[in-house]
Design a protein around this ligand. Sequence first.
Ligand SMILES: Cc1cc2nc3c(=O)[nH]c(=O)nc-3n(C[C@H](O)[C@H](O)[C@H](O)COP(=O)(O)OP(=O)(O)OC[C@H]3O[C@@H](n4cnc5c(N)ncnc54)[C@H](O)[C@@H]3O)c2cc1C
Length: 433
Amino acid sequence: MPHPPDILIAGAGPAGSAAAVHLAQAGFRVLLVDRAAFPREKPCSEYLSPEAVRHLADLGVLATLERDGAQPLLGTRVMGPRGARLEGRFSEAAVRPFRDAGLALPRRILDQRLVEAAVAAGATLCERTMVEELLHDGGGVAGAVLREASGARRAVHARLVIGADGLRSVVARRIAGHPGSRGAGALLRQLDPEAPAAGAALRPHGRPSAPWLSRLAFVAHVEDVPGLDGFAEMHVSDAGYVGLNRIGAGLANVALVVPATLGARARGRLDSWMFDELERFPGVRGRVDRRRVTRRVLATGPFAYRARRVITDGALLVGDAADFFDPFTGEGITSALRGARLAADVAARALADGGPATEARLAPYLAARRAAFLGKWTMERLVGYGMIVPRLFDRAVARLERRGLAHTFIGVTGDYVPASAVLNPWFLARMVL
Ligand SMILES: Cc1cc2nc3c(=O)[nH]c(=O)nc-3n(C[C@H](O)[C@H](O)[C@H](O)COP(=O)(O)OP(=O)(O)OC[C@H]3O[C@@H](n4cnc5c(N)ncnc54)[C@H](O)[C@@H]3O)c2cc1C
């Protein structure tokens, strides 16, 4: 890039790539930096609701993803810890979705296609390059120090830095004014393939939004899991849950999420521990053959963190860098894509007259996020807390199914039915009474 970029985006996951597409299309010079080289793996259940599909269509990648073999996803079945079950079909929710089906496909493909879209829109991509530090000028953020794979460092000035660098965001730590917690322990370093090199900050930035909900996730790709159809399955037990999701012809995503104290036992034997644990779930037992694994088990966590600051002079956060609660109602990709749209709109207005992207000019982004996500944040916590009381959770699952509310519930978790459809006294009473 001959001139300094207008906007430097740290992280080319769904949030960073989508923001890059929108801002490059709006005519800004965008530098998109990722420490990984694409295609890269990412521990994720790889479930996309119809709302995510709408964003992918807007970004111009939907047809390509379908050609890549993305599987149609009709909805979700939830199996409760005491035997209750529900089936929520996207097309039967209170609000009609963008399409009747969501999609499921490996992140390796999804994220690669989004990066390609960013480059096609005009963004410059720098892979194997880490954002290490932020540059400051007069108190505001003025760019970043990048470290390339060779170890070479260079300073890049930009009018705006967007932190889209995920759950362990360096940008979030720096704009919160602290260097990050160090030495979170060898365990997470060993468990988490995304964890930076030893000695770097390992814990997510910001503050735990539910410290007692500290969980770890283990994700595998496994062939020939019997009984999988167009529905994702969530099997909940007293100590965590398992998600099964068909992501390709004969290929399933298998995700196990457990309390961090339990997950710590995986130390040194990630694969065997995960497959042993799966056998504890009655609806999963005997279905996942460890000999049919096609990708090594990836581990990540803990989650449930929220950034202390989402905007400051010269910088803002988007996607997991801003907040992430739990994969169960996750829809993190939809939030990342939607957040990127909101961030890009505000950033484009803030930078339009050539002036600085001050915190005051970026403030509408906070309001837009609140309007877009407040209901979802509340809903996520409701489900997260409900899971801690298995009897209550089971009761709610049974009521939702019996009273024909399961479709709407799944539509809310899928982000296309407003959360108010669930967060009202009538619905909540029918769910638990
Ligand atoms: C177990 C699990 C299952 C999930 N399942 C689902 C699901 O089924 N559906 C769903 O919608 N969501 C799911 N999520 C959530 C989803 O994965 C995230 O919300 C989503 O990936 C957020 O996108 P992002 O772009 O913000 O961050 P990421 O996808 O994490 O991308 C961040 C990028 O930043 C890069 N990066 C990090 N640090 C730096 C740095 N210092 N410099 C440069 N680059 C950097 C990384 O390499 C990465 O490419 C799940 C999450 C977990 C943990």
